[in-house]
Ligand binder design. Structure first.
Ligand SMILES: NC(=O)c1ccc[n+]([C@@H]2O[C@H](COP(=O)([O-])OP(=O)(O)OC[C@H]3O[C@@H](n4cnc5c(N)ncnc54)[C@H](OP(=O)(O)O)[C@@H]3O)[C@@H](O)[C@H]2O)c1
Length: 343
C-alpha cells in the first residue's frame, strides 16, 4: 500500500476533481507484476494501468490500491468489471470512495464475484493524501487554501501598501510548489492592479493553476500579466461586460463567494489557492471558507503596516486556532501551515 500511495502522489496537480490513486498487482508468489496510477482527469484509472501491465500474470493475484474501485461508467468504464475479468482473487484498499455512485457499491461488486476484500490498510496516510478529493466530495466545494506573506510582526505590507518583497527566493520557490498543487488560484482586484502578479509556476516543478481575479467596482486592466499566456486569467464579476464568469452579487454588490465556488465545482476545479490580498483573505476567513492557511514569514519587522486579514477580528477567546500546525524553516524565512479551527 505504501508503494500504491507513492505512485498515487505522481498525479498531484493533474487529477483535479478526480482522486489520487495508485495500484500494485502482486502474483501468487508475492512478485510485483503490474503498477499504475491515475495520471490526469479523464485518463485511465490506476487499476486499469496496473492490469494492462500485468496481463495474464494478474490471474489469481492480489490488487492493492488506495481507493475503492469504481463500478460505474463515467469518463472511463467500470474498474470492478476489469478486475473481475482479469481473474484477480484478492483486493486490498485503504478506504472507500465517498462518491455516492461508488461508495460501498464497488466493494459489493467485488465480493459478489467471490473476490476477497481487505480494507483499512494505511487508511490515515491515504486519507491525508486525498484530503482535497475527500473534502470536495463530502462538502461539494473546492478545498480552499489561503496563503499570505507576512513580516515577523504580522503585516502584509507597509502603510503605503508596498508588499514586494517580504519574503525571498527560497520562500518563493516553496510558494510556487504550493501553487502547483492547486487547480485554481485567486487574487482580488486590488492585488492585481497593485502588484501585476503572473500567478504561474516558474520557480518549481508542476503545472500552473488556472488564474482568477475577483472584479469589484473598478476596472481590472486586460494589459496585466495574468491575462497573458496560453491560459489567461478569468475575471469573476457580477457584470457580463467585465467578467468571464458572472456570479450573483453579495449584499455589498460585489461577487459572492458561494456561487463562485459552485462554478469551480462544475468546471472540475477541486482546489483553490487564495493569494490575497488582505480584503479577499479576510472575506474567506469571515465566511469560514478556509481549509488550510499557509503563512510565509520573512525575517523583518516594520512596526506599522497593513494587517493580514481585513475586517477579521476576534478576541482571544474567539480566536481561530490552527489545528496540527507545522513550522518549516527555509533559508530566508519560515512557513507556518495548518487547518483553521473555527469556533
Ligand atoms: N503580503 C501578501 O501576502 C500580499 C498578498 C496579496 C496582496 N498584497 C498586497 O495587498 C494589497 C491589496 O490587497 P487589498 O486587501 O487592498 O485588496 P484585494 O484583497 O487584493 O482586492 C480587493 C478588491 O477585490 C474586489 N472584490 C471583488 N469581489 C469582492 C468581494 N466579494 N469582497 C471584497 N472585495 C472584492 C474589489 O475591487 P474594487 O476595488 O475594484 O472594487 C476589492 O477592493 C496590495 O498592496 C498588495 O501588494 C499582499
Amino acid at each position: 500500500m505504501k508503494r500504491a500511495l507513492s505512485l498515487a502522489s505522481h498525479g498531484v496537480g493533474h487529477t483535479r476533481s478526480n482522486p489520487l490513486v495508485g495500484a500494485v498487482i502482486v502474483d501468487t508468489f508475492g512478485v510485483v507484476v503490474g503498477e499504475g496510477f491515475h495520471r490526469r482527469l479523464g485518463g485511465d484509472h490506476a487499476e486499469i494501468g496496473a492490469l494492462s501491465a500485468a496481463g495474464e500474470r494478474a490471474r489469481g493475484g492480489t490488487l492493492i490500491l488506495n481507493l475503492e474501485p469504481c463500478c460505474h461508467t463515467g469518463r472511463t468504464g467500470p474498474c470492478t468489471r476489469a478486475i473481475i475479468d482479469a481473474g484477480i482473487s484478492r483486493v486490498v484498499i485503504a478506504h472507500r470512495d465517498p462518491d455516492p455512485r461508488v461508495s460501498g457499491k464497488g466493494v459489493a461488486a467485488l465480493t459478489d464475484a467471490d473476490i476477497e476484500l481487505v480494507e483499512g490498510v494505511e487508511r490515515v496516510a491515504a486519507e491525508q493524501l486525498n484530503e482535497v478529493y475527500l473534502l470536495f466530495k463530502r462538502l461539494g466545494r473546492p478545498f480552499i487554501t489561503v496563503k499570505l506573506a507576512l513580516t515577523l510582526d504580522g503585516f502584509t505590507g507597509d502603510e503605503e501598501g508596498h508588499s514586494r518583497w517580504i519574503t525571498g527566493p527560497a520562500c518563493r520557490r516553496h510558494a510556487h510548489a504550493l501553487r502547483a498543487r492547486h487547480d485554481a488560484i485567486l487574487v482580488g482586484a486590488r492585488t492585481a492592479r497593485a502588484d501585476d502578479p503572473e500567478l504561474d509556476v516558474r520557480d518549481a516543478e508542476g503545472p500552473s493553476p488556472q488564474r482568477f481575479v475577483l472584479v469589484g467596482r473598478e476596472e481590472v486592466p486586460l494589459q496585466l500579466r495574468m491575462f497573458a499566456g496560453e491560459r489567461p486569467a478569468l475575471r469573476v464579476g457580477t457584470e457580463a461586460a467585465r467578467s468571464d464568469w458572472v456570479v450573483d452579487a453579495d449584499a455589498d454588490g460585489l461577487p459572492a463567494m458561494k456561487p463562485f465556488l459552485q462554478e469551480l465545482v462544475v468546471n472540475d476545479y477541486a482546489s483553490l489557492l487564495v493569494e490575497g490580498g488582505p480584503r479577499i483573505a479576510g472575506l474567506f476567513m469571515r465566511q469560514q471558507l478556509v481549509d488550510r492557511i499557509v503563512l510565509y514569514y520573512g525575517p523583518l519587522m516594520i512596526g506599522r503596516g497593513r494587517p493580514a486579514l481585513h475586517q477579521f477580528v476576534a478576541d482571544l477567546t474567539g480566536a481561530v486556532c490552527l489545528e496540527t500546525h507545522t513550522v518549516e524553516s527555509l533559508a530566508d524565512g519560515f512557513v507556518v501551515a495548518g487547518r483553521p479551527e473555527f469556533k
